[in-house]
Design a protein around this ligand. Structure first.
Ligand code: CO8
Length: 263
């Protein structure tokens, strides 16, 4: 598939997916959402790719939301279809076996904040702004925002952001736990790439287990989630990565993890 709305680049084991509609602040149209979905599936199908960085083109916006012009003409049924399709793409990305880092380089509003929250964690440029301003348009977040935001930052902040539609700075987003780290704009991609390359050098079996456990356990009681961890812990011992990792430690050398993911 050749992309029109995103750029797909690789740097060794790291894929960089850049939403590329800077004139429309990288707004999410149905085509953009489909292309992101395709890019993530391409990463999953390629054994050589291990981590994804998702970012936006230009220095103003990561994603300024769903495309308001496209949404303005939607019927209720089309609105539901768009919302459900977007939710599925974000859910698939959140649950894919390979990590996805959001590098938020400007406005992350509405669907933009929602897509960033569906990534495994967020790095932000110091000029980034976050918000769920849908209420100003007479609608609500539709790509999982009411649910992921409260899980990430707590009910009180989710309520304030969704009800007021106001924006917060990168520093405030870090303070409430939405963003992991904030960088000067020109340093954001290098920092995201350094972390991505570091994760890419880890074992794939362990990486996948960590994603699955944290994502699935998040909504479960500790009593039910903890035994799941023991099962995944045991599974790690069936992967060559366990022998390699521990052997490398004991031999005082760097590990070379080769464990593969099943398809
Ligand atoms: N959709 C379409 N176009 C957009 C969007 C958007 N979300 N955001 C910006 N643009 C366009 C503008 O229309 C403008 O286009 P043009 O140059 O042709 O007039 C261009 O980008 C530049 O924008 P501005 O001139 O407004 O730039 P400013 O720097 O003055 O302001 C802002 C930047 C603050 C980002 C401002 O553009 C803005 O407020 N944008 C809208 C933000 C917003 O409300 N986002 C939420 C959208 S709703 C949503 O995301 C719901 C998600 C769930 C959907 C569920 C399915 C139904």
């Amino acid at each position: 598939m050749s992309y029109e709305m995103i750029l797909f680049e690789t740097d060794g084991p790291v894929a960089v997916v850049t939403i590329n509609r800077p004139k429309a602040m990288n707004a999410l149209s149905p085509q953009v959402v489909n292309e992101i979905d395709h890019a993530m599936k391409t990463v999953m199908a390629d054994d050589d790719l291990r981590v994804v960085i998702l970012t936006g083109a230009g220095d103003k916006a990561f994603v300024a939301g769903a495309d308001i012009a496209a949404m303005s003409k939607m019927t209720p049924l089309e609105g539901r279809a768009f919302s459900r399709a977007g939710q599925k793409v974000l859910f698939d990305m959140e649950n894919m076996a390979k990590p996805v880092i959001a590098a938020v380089n400007g406005f992350a509003l509405g669907g933009g904040c929602e897509i960033a929250m569906a990534c495994d964690f967020i790095y932000a440029a110091d000029n980034a702004k976050f918000g769920q301003p849908e209420i100003n348009l007479g609608i609500i977040p539709g790509f999982g925002g009411t649910q992921r935001l409260s899980r990430l930052v707590g009910k009180n902040w989710a309520m304030e952001l969704c009800l007021s539609g106001s924006l917060i700075s990168a520093a405030e987003a870090k303070e409430i736990g939405l963003v992991n780290r904030v960088f000067a704009g020109e340093e954001l991609m290098a920092a995201a790439m350094k972390t991505a390359q570091g994760i890419a050098a880890k074992g794939r079996v362990a990486t996948r287990a960590i994603k699955e456990l944290i994502n699935q356990g998040y909504d479960m009681s500790l009593e039910r989630a903890i035994p799941m961890e023991a099962e995944c812990f045991a599974t790690c011992f069936a992967s060559p990565d366990q022998a390699e990792g521990m052997g490398a430690f004991l031999e005082k050398r760097k590990p070379d993890f080769k464990g593969a993911l099943d398809k």
